[in-house]
Design a protein around this ligand. Structure first.
Ligand code: SAM
Length: 312
């Protein structure tokens, strides 16, 4: 059954891409194809849509959801960092817009059976691309206590990272940690009840996020992609990125600011020696957040942060 879920900031993101017929657009994170369908709608009949996802299920779904646009779509199962290769295969030098809607799709969370959710008992896998080899179970059962604590702190901003890592070490001495609920229970044990009762989120939220980021090398791939993306845009081409947490958003913001800066020499230098060139202008002066009514209808969208640039 094809799936289609509520897409965060759907019309806003597509509007920032400035989609026009006859032009070429990339969605590097197809997910449920909500953004993709709207982009295709806007660029029919003679545009070209390139869709990428590292999850095979998203590609299969896109083939079905985007069926009525099949003359203008090209789909690739892989990482968005491979975009230069995909463009080469299509004999395309540059594109007019790129969208990234980062993180996890609702399908992955609710129905993939890969342990992304701490509310269900599933094997602790968390790979978006099943062709990669390291799972969340591997990390949880093999990393040393300090490495685990650092992972939870750096990728999950989890203040109780050491206590949680300690509980994991105790638990796995008895038996390997195999499932999502098993891990969620271990995390709960490390957090005093009165502390998590005050929090609005489940006590395992940050640990699950950190593991997912590590398994899929999410921040590394985002940085790699941003380093190559600007060169793949035509003049006036746009890049629009939707992030879901501050770690991603910080990387995006810093890169966008760098692109729109003329000179990166230290302020104390009497003259410019950096040869840095401004390559883009910000179209979102500040981060754009979803409207109140969208958050009411789709609470999953509440932490979305949208930023967009235009290549000079
Ligand atoms: C939030 S969902 C996208 C939702 C989509 N915009 C929609 O309208 O339904 C994120 C998707 O991006 C994919 N993804 C995340 N990181 C990726 C990467 N580095 N390369 C390719 N796909 C990625 C995930 O597998 C997931 O399907």
């Amino acid at each position: 059954m094809p799936y289609r879920h509520m897409t965060a900031m759907r019309s806003e993101a597509v509007a920032f891409l400035n989609c026009r017929p006859g032009k070429i657009y990339v969605d590097g994170t197809l997910g449920g194809s909500g953004h993709a369908a709207l982009i295709c709608e806007k660029i029919m009949p003679d545009g070209l849509f390139i869709g990428i996802d590292q999850d095979q299920a998203a590609i299969k779904n896109a083939n079905s959801v985007l069926k009525s646009y099949q003359t203008i779509i090209r789909l690739f199962h892989g990482n968005f960092t491979n975009l230069p290769d995909y463009l080469e295969q299509l004999e395309i030098a540059k594109v007019d817009g790129i969208l990234l809607d980062l993180g996890l799709s609702q399908h992955q969370l609710d129905a993939s059976g890969r342990g992304f959710s701490f509310l269900k008992d599933e094997p602790l896998d968390m790979r978006m691309d099943m062709r990669t080899t390291v799972t969340a179970k591997d990390l949880v059962n093999s990393l040393g206590q300090k490495k685990l604590a650092d992972l939870f702190f750096n990728f999950g901003e989890e203040r109780r990272s050491r206590a949680i890592a300690g509980q994991i070490i105790i638990a796995r001495k008895k038996a390997p940690i195999e499932s999502s609920l098993q891990l969620a229970e271990i995390v709960k044990k490390a957090i005093p009840v009165n502390s998590y009762a005050r929090q609005k989120i489940h006590p395992a939220t940050r640990v699950f996020m950190a593991l997912r980021i590590a398994v899929n090398k999410e921040l590394e791939k985002l940085e790699q992609f941003l380093d190559l993306a600007i060169d793949l845009l035509n003049p006036k081409g746009r890049l629009c990125v939707l992030a879901f947490h501050s770690l991603e958003d910080r990387i995006i913001k810093q890169k966008f600011v760098l692109w729109q800066t003329e000179c990166i020499c230290p302020k104390s230098f009497p003259q410019c020696i950096c040869n840095h060139q401004k390559t883009a202008k910000l179209i979102t002066k500040k981060v754009v957040r979803p409207s109140k009514s969208e958050v009411q209808n789709n609470p999953m969208a509440r932490s979305t942060r949208l930023r967009a640039i235009e290549k000079l």
